[in-house]
Design a protein around this ligand. Structure first.
Ligand SMILES: CC(C)(COP(=O)(O)OP(=O)(O)OC[C@H]1O[C@@H](n2cnc3c(N)ncnc32)[C@H](O)[C@@H]1OP(=O)(O)O)[C@@H](O)C(=O)NCCC(=O)NCCS
Length: 187
């Protein structure tokens, strides 16, 4: 299941994560730690204050239920058997938007940044979207998040709009950048 000492991240899907109750429980704990640490360090993940453990458990429960309904994909990355990142997309709920999905979060432990984990997670989630027949995969990024913008652009996402000075963190304002990957146009 999770391999031994590696340089390449092992990427698990939701079914693999939830097939083992102990692994699933540890996943929630570690995912909370990763998110809380990243938000404490100022990461652009939608929170101003670190989320509580219960909030993260509820969020992951919601995503796993959506995966079971065919409306989401969740991927987790392990390096040396340690959770170092995760990400997910959710199909849009609005009836007219149902063919499409939003890549809501990619989060990689700061200690593992720059080792290809974010790229491996995003690549796997794009493949999942393609397999699920998703037509357009969207995401949004805070305008100062240059690593994320570079990563998504390099994987084929293109910017389709921007809300200037929209994201509020205390007194600071940042652009909200909207990107999309049209899977209908690719082989
Ligand atoms: C954005 C994020 C997911 C990237 O994950 P990562 O595992 O560090 O990224 P990767 O190692 O796969 O590298 C992807 C690209 O990001 C850039 N990058 C990532 N970390 C970097 C670092 N520490 N220094 C310089 N460049 C870096 C690289 O340019 C790389 O592109 P390349 O392969 O062409 O060199 C990660 O930084 C993160 O979790 N950030 C905080 C949360 C966040 O902002 N999530 C995205 C919300 S939209």
């Amino acid at each position: 299941m999770i391999s031994g000492v590696t340089t390449e991240p092992a990427i698990l899907d939701a079914m693999e994560l939830t097939s083992d109750p102990e692994l699933e429980a540890r996943f929630a704990e570690s995912a909370h730690r990763i998110l809380a640490d990243l938000v404490s360090g100022g990461a652009a993940l939608g929170w101003v204050e670190p989320p509580s453990r219960d909030e993260v458990v509820d969020l992951l429960g919601h995503v796993v239920s959506a995966v079971r309904a065919g409306d989401a994909a969740l991927r987790a990355a392990y390096l040396d058997r340690r959770l170092v990142g995760f990400g997910y997309w959710l199909r849009y709920a609005r009836p007219t938007h149902r063919p499409h999905a939003d890549l809501e979060k990619i989060a990689v432990d700061a200690a593992a940044h720059g080792r290809g984990v974010g790229r491996a997670l995003t690549t796997a989630l794009i493949a999942d979207a393609r397999e699920a027949g998703i037509e357009v995969l969207t995401l949004d990024v805070r305008g100062d998040n240059t690593h994320a913008l570079h990563l998504y652009r390099s994987l084929g996402f293109s910017e389709y709009g921007r809300l200037p000075d929209f994201v509020a963190v205390g007194e600071h304002r940042y652009d909200k950048v909207f990107s999309m990957l049209d899977l209908r146009r690719q082989g």
